[in-house]
Write a protein that binds this ligand. Structure first.
Ligand code: ANZ
Ligand code: ZN
Length: 846
């Protein structure tokens, strides 16, 4: 019974667990109900870091918990091993991205082994293995068949530093997500996935996740998809055959349109300016040059001075025949709606700013002072302080105040719409426009199709062959995988076209269709394709005939609990949800949302700041692991606070956690009763602490209150120690019971210590599969003591009361007792002495 030595315990149990392989999921004949607990798989950039320790610690707590609850738990791990960092490291240090990647995977695996999450290692996968990316290519071909994967020429986001295309999602405030460079636009032909076809479903299905996903993530997804409802309105253009449609969320304000604005970088603008005088064309061309250099974020900002060029063309308002001058201005974006708007300066702030800058008319068409049923008006006070009813006030005048009128109200200056409320007017205008064929109800999304082409080496080759005769030819499924050629000899430096284009032996192939000379598509896929469906591959990671096993998917999916960082709140989750819906439509899956519940862990920070090497506040996972051991590290992370909150490593104490573990472990060595002792015979007070924890822990774990469970374990360990030291001794049955339950629950956070305790208590490994003991209801009722009530020195009643009862409460209980009243009778009570909780002494006279 020596001292607690984590290193010794770790070294002892690792090989035992390897032998036992207790975490294999889906072993044939296993009839337990199933749970799928998934952590976002790591990217192999160096060793694991504290963020991994935290997320994988929490995920493992959940996985272990469900095993104790009798479930067959799928808890796999793999690596998201394609991507830019490997390639950049390769370029910088002249090494093979493959070697760099797989060395890092080995390093992370060694660390994971020590850290000991309960992974089913037999399901390990790496997205950069041909056995995996073959199925990315298969997925691409399925999407291609359905018209969901397509190629189009367009202006794409371009990072001049990384020399690669970026998805909209990878542009943060106009800068490259990876390197921070200002992102520019470039014309390129690229592959896209038609995620916009799924926009409605991606939005509506979020309702199913309400309460099970963090609210913040749901709202980020909703904003990203950005659905707005309104109408398309078609405007006649003088001197042009084709009409121009605009998208508006406020068709009710159509009578207030006083000009039209087109995006300078739209085809429409180019077309319209073609019919304008030469000097307008020149002014427009100069303006376009400045606009091209601006980011979308800048263009949409409300607080910058408005700029624009009058094209000297006119549109005609379909409802009143008014001529509207057409301007080109940067605040209208080419790729939203139709790239053109009807400007209603009285009711739209950006239009108002523009109108005031260029002296364009402002016409109020919604009187926001007019009362509307169900809308509480803003009451103003006159000089005497009396309320002015809003409908006594004239409409506000945005042209002089500079403030557009956005609110509810009643229509004015709008012919047949006058008097209608805003929402009724919207309905009415749409009806009229539809009748006349001049417009229709419409909705718009902020979401764009997913650009998946990358001009980089370290990714999945796109399985398409370009033939001069046949055009785009999909690689036949039987020829998959299209393997990445060796990196050796290729120049991986970014240059705007894919390095694969220079791999002559690889890129030149016979057309699968006509046999003629053809070339492989040399782009690789965005790595978000890899991670969009990996949760499926874990179910049959070695199957070389199917991407995933449909029957296994039926059994295990959707994922019950997903754990990972909030940095994936938009992209990764959106793409996984999208691909899941596509596979549902293709008949492969029977569910439409992949992740039933989501937990986002907070960050591990140091001294209030994000950790980084350059700031010098980096806490290395490896050094913490060797200093304190896996268990103390995991207990520290679990105990630090709610998992969603950031953990400041300066505020926590792995040393304290280790002391707690040692205290728990010591007890397991002191127990002298044998495993078959009757627990019922043990100390009742300690048994209550044990059983209350047994009863409460499931709810706490399921609500992710891991810190509370650890605190309660500490309480139990202290109570056990007290019982041992208080004379009951280590032989008391309740001490054994408490130690066994401690080991079982401690397994959620400190598997090595728990296993060793389990063995010291006389059992075979593994504690990880011990079934949750049922709490004894009799031990859950609040503890009571017997209070004796005396009347004039004679015991008249015994009351069962709480040990914490107050003097006053006990006195009134005693006075209320029938036995006491009977014995007092008509006599007068002259004195009451109360010694809560045990004694009440009543003296009488008469
Ligand atoms: C007239 C109007 C009147 C508008 C009014 C608003 C208020 P969301 O909600 O983001 O969908 N718009 C349409 N296409 C645009 C584009 N390509 N670039 C910039 N702005 C564009 O916004 C829809 C509103 O944004 C549309 O409704 C349009 O202005 C503008 F009192 O039309 B609105
Ligand atoms: Zn061909």
């Amino acid at each position: 019974n020596g001292a607690y030595d984590f290193a010794e315990i770790q070294a002892k149990w690792l090989p035992e667990w390897d032998e036992l392989a207790p975490f294999r999921a889906g072993v044939s004949g296993d009839t337990r109900p199933r749970k799928y607990i998934l952590d976002m798989f790591p990217y192999p950039s160096g060793d694991l870091h504290m963020g991994h320790a935290e997320a994988f610690g929490y995920g493992d707590t959940v996985a272990r918990y469900w095993r104790h609850q009798g479930f067959d738990v799928m808890h796999p791990v793999g690596w998201d091993s394609f991507g830019l960092p490997a390639e950049n490291a390769a370029i910088k240090r002249g090494i093979d991205p493959r070697a760099w990647t797989y060395e890092n995977i080995e390093q992370q695996k060694r660390s994971f082994r020590q850290y000991a999450p309960s992974f089913d290692w037999s399901r390990e996968l790496h997205t950069s293995d041909p056995e995996y990316y073959k199925w990315n290519q298969w997925l691409f071909l399925k999407l291609y068949e359905k018209g969901i994967a397509y190629r189009k020429a367009g202006q794409v986001n371009w990072c001049p530093n990384d020399q690669t295309v970026l998805a909209n999602e990878q542009v943060i405030d106009g800068h490259c997500e990876r390197c921070g460079f200002v992102v520019t636009k470039k014309a390129l032909t690229q592959w896209y996935f038609r995620v916009t076809d799924y926009a409605d479903r991606l939005l509506d299905d979020l309702n199913q996740l309400e309460g099970a996903w963090p609210g913040k993530v749901l709202s980020m997804q909703r904003n990203w998809i950005g659905r707005s409802a309104g109408a398309d309105v078609d405007f006649e253009i003088e001197g042009r055959d084709e009409r121009v449609s605009v998208f508006t969320t406020r068709p009710d304000t159509l009578y207030g349109a006083t000009f039209m604005v087109v995006a300078p970088d739209s085809e429409l603008a180019a077309d319209l300016v073609g019919g304008a005088p030469a000097e307008v064309q020149q002014r427009f061309a100069d303006y376009l040059d400045t606009v091209r250099a601006e980011s979308d974020i800048d263009r949409l900002a409300t607080d910058r001075p408005k700029t624009g060029v009058f094209l000297e063309r006119y549109a005609v308002n379909p409802v009143n025949g008014e001529r509207l001058p057409i301007w080109a201005a940067d605040y209208v974006l080419a790729d939203y709606g139709h790239g053109a708007i009807m400007a209603v300066p009285a009711h739209d702030q950006r239009d108002l700013d523009f109108a005031r800058a260029f002296n364009l008319p402002v016409r109020v068409v919604v009187d926001t002072n007019a009362p509307v049923t169900g809308v509480i008006p803003v009451i103003q006070l006159d000089e005497q302080g009396d309320a002015i009813m809003p409908d006594d006030l004239p409409p506000l005048d945005p042209a002089s105040t500079g403030i557009a009128l956005g609110g509810e109200g009643r229509l004015i200056n709008s012919g047949p719409l006058d008097g209608l409320s805003k929402s009724n007017a919207i309905r009415r205008v749409i009806e009229v426009l539809e009748q006349r064929g001049l417009g229709r109800a419409a909705k718009n999304f902020r979401l764009r199709d997913w650009l998946i082409s990358r001009q980089r080496y370290w990714g999945t080759p796109i399985p398409i062959i370009h033939c001069a005769e046949c055009g785009e030819v999909p690689v036949p499924e039987s020829d998959l995988p299209v393997r990445l050629p060796e990196a050796a000899g290729l120049d991986l430096k970014p240059k705007g076209s894919s390095p694969l284009g220079a791999a002559e032996d690889w890129v030149n192939v016979a057309c699968p269709n006509c046999g003629g000379a053809a070339r492989r598509d040399s782009d690789t896929m965005d790595t978000f394709v890899d991670s969009s469906w990996y949760y499926l591959r874990y179910l049959s990671p070695n199957d070389d005939t199917n991407a995933f096993d449909v029957a296994e998917a039926e059994k295990w999916l959707p994922v019950d609990q997903y754990v990972g960082g909030v940095e994936h709140a938009i992209l990764h989750l959106l793409y996984s949800r999208f691909i899941t819906k596509v596979l549902f439509d293709l008949g492969y899956l029977s569910f439409t949302e992949p992740f039933t519940s989501l937990l986002n862990q907070g960050m591990v920070i140091m001294d209030g700041a994000k950790m980084s090497k350059s700031k010098g506040n980096l806490v290395e996972f490896a050094s913490e692991l060797s200093a304190h051991g896996a268990d103390a590290l995991r207990v520290t992370l679990a105990f630090a606070g709610p998992p969603e909150d950031d953990i400041d490593w300066a505020d926590v104490s792995p040393v304290g956690a280790a002391k707690f573990l040692a205290r728990a472990w010591r007890i397991s060595g002191e127990v002298t009763s044998s495993p078959d002792v009757e627990w019922k015979s043990g100390d009742a007070a300690l048994r209550r602490v044990t059983h209350r924890l047994l009863a409460d822990a499931p709810g706490l774990v399921e609500a992710f209150k891991f810190n509370v469970v650890v605190a309660r374990l500490m309480e139990l360990v202290n109570a056990t120690r007290k019982t041992i030291d208080s004379g009951a001794g280590a032989g008391d049955a309740a001490v054994r019971e408490a130690a066994e339950i401690t080991a079982m629950i401690l397994d959620l956070f400190a598997p090595y210590t728990a296993e060793d305790m389990w063995q010291r208590l006389g059992y075979e490994p593994t504690v990880a599969l011990v079934q949750w003991r049922k709490a004894d209801p009799a031990l859950l009722v609040e503890e009571s003591v017997t209070a004796i009530v005396q009347v004039d020195g004679k015991v008249r009643d015994r009351l069962e009361v709480s040990p914490k009862i107050s003097t006053d409460e006990l006195e009134s209980l005693a006075r209320a007792s029938d036995a006491v009243s009977r014995s007092v009778g008509e006599r007068e009570i002259v004195n009451v002495i109360v010694r809560a909780p045990r004694l009440v002494n009543i003296a009488t006279r008469g």
